[in-house]
Design a protein around this ligand. Structure first.
Ligand SMILES: [Zn+2]
Length: 424
């Protein structure tokens, strides 16, 4: 048993913001009471959370763990250790591994590896199409039985409107979301960053924001046609957010996530350094401002990292040749505090919602701090000073533009199934 005492409990499900004790017994929360009311029984371990925030366990709905097949960049063991250090208690891993997670045996392999080596819960996302090649629907029902929580061809969009419609029809009957990397590949072809003054100055090929929003429009229309649950991954453009807002006004089952790097950096920050290369690329200032507004007004459902580790040998090459993506687990909370909370743009409760009940709702799950609920907690400080050093990361990869950044606020303990899996 684990007793977390005297923490400031922030629970978006009940809107509670009060000092409480939380008693965890294995997989479940056993009891919750006003601070000082619960005492350690028998051999319960005690964690003093005085001065700290106690939140439901953070969920990262979008990450790449690279196993199977790209273990030189990350494994389920190293990736989830980094996730735990970032305060995440559950991560959804994208299917673009080698082989692609497009069938139940790969799904089972991931879950077996997670059982043996993971620090936090691993919830696999299956491919929408066979090999994510965009030709035929993958074995979605069999993968769901094996344990996937959603489907996606992430890394690219589901190739055609026709196939997207078929995938949505399947997923509607299975009641799982389709997570879409919305990108018009013809508009994005050859581009390595956002099109604009900076891409011109750097001499790099750029894509317009419409490369994303044109595809979001397609996907939203198909969500209306099929009644499926559509979740837009790593939304970065104002035009895309307008589409999601329109869909929500019509009560379509459309949700979206935003990454910390997209609400922190813009295309003007891009240097000729592959740690600034990701897809979708860092957007224009007006896009970033729109994302901040969407995070504040409820249009955005979740903050997701899109943790995309690449070993140095792959990433330390010319900008044009480097793969897209940056690591994200260990800096997500600190960036959210820095950009959203310390600036007064959103409340601490809203930030916690974006890491907990928000992504849970996308997945059709609940998160709350109450007896009988899963014993997953994220305990963090809003003011602890620290500096992120990529070289000291638990991830196998170092590709972060935030290396060396000083932060205020950090995860202090991550609790999964009643056990402290990370403590700082
Ligand atoms: Zn993607």
């Amino acid at each position: 048993m684990l007793l977390v005492k005297n923490g400031r409990v922030l629970d978006p499900a009940s809107k509670a913001d009060v000092a409480m004790d939380v008693l965890l017994d294995g997989e479940k929360i056993a009891d919750v009471a006003a601070a000082g009311k619960l005492s350690a029984v028998n051999d319960a371990e005690v964690f003093d959370a005085s001065g700290l925030i106690v939140a439901p366990g953070f969920i990262d709905i979008h990450a790449h763990l690279r196993e199977p097949g790209q273990e030189s960049s990350e494994t389920i063991e190293t990736g989830t250790r980094a996730a735990a250090r970032g305060g995440f208690t559950a991560v959804c891993c994208m299917p673009n591994t080698k082989p692609v997670n497009d069938n139940a045996s790969v799904t089972r392999f991931i879950l077996d590896r997670a059982k043996a080596a993971a620090s936090v819960r691993v919830w696999p996302i299956g491919a929408a199409s066979v090999g994510s090649k965009g030709e035929a629907v993958a074995e979605i029902a069999a993968m769901k039985q094996a344990g996937i929580v959603a489907v996606s061809d992430d890394g690219k969009p589901i190739a055609t409107a026709r196939l997207t419609r078929q995938v949505m029809d399947y997923c509607r009957s299975l009641d799982i979301p389709v997570i879409e990397h919305s990108e018009d590949v013809s508009l994005a072809a050859g581009a390595v960053m956002r099109e604009g003054v900076t891409s011109t100055r750097l001499g790099l090929a750029g894509m317009p924001g419409a490369a994303e929003s044109v595809c979001v429009a397609r996907d939203v229309q198909l969500a209306e046609l099929t009644g499926a649950r559509l979740h837009i991954a790593h939304l970065s453009a104002k035009g895309s957010l307008d589409q999601v807002r329109w869909a929500k006004q019509r009560d379509l089952r459309v949700t979206c996530e935003v990454t910390p790097h997209h609400f922190t950096l813009i295309d003007e920050d891009v240097q000729y350094d592959s740690r600034y290369k990701m897809n979708p690329p860092l957007a224009a200032r007006e896009d970033r401002d729109a994302l901040l507004a969407g995070l504040a007004d409820g249009t955005v459902d979740a903050i997701a990292t899109d943790h995309a580790p690449h070993e140095p040998a792959l990433k330390d090459v010319e900008f044009d040749r480097a793969p897209f993506g940056i690591t994200g687990f260990e800096t997500a909370l600190a960036l959210a505090l820095e950009q959203l909370v310390h600036t007064g743009r959103i409340s601490l409760m809203r930030m916690v919602e974006l890491f907990t009940t928000g992504p849970a709702r996308v997945l059709g799950m609940e998160r709350k701090i109450a007896a009988g609920q899963p014993a997953d907690l994220t305990i963090f400080s809003t003011d602890r000073a620290w500096t992120f050093r990529a070289a000291e990361s638990a991830s196998k990869s170092r590709n972060s533009p935030f290396d060396g950044r000083a932060f205020k606020g950090a995860p202090v303990a991550t609790v999964v199934a009643g056990r402290i899996v990370f403590e700082n």
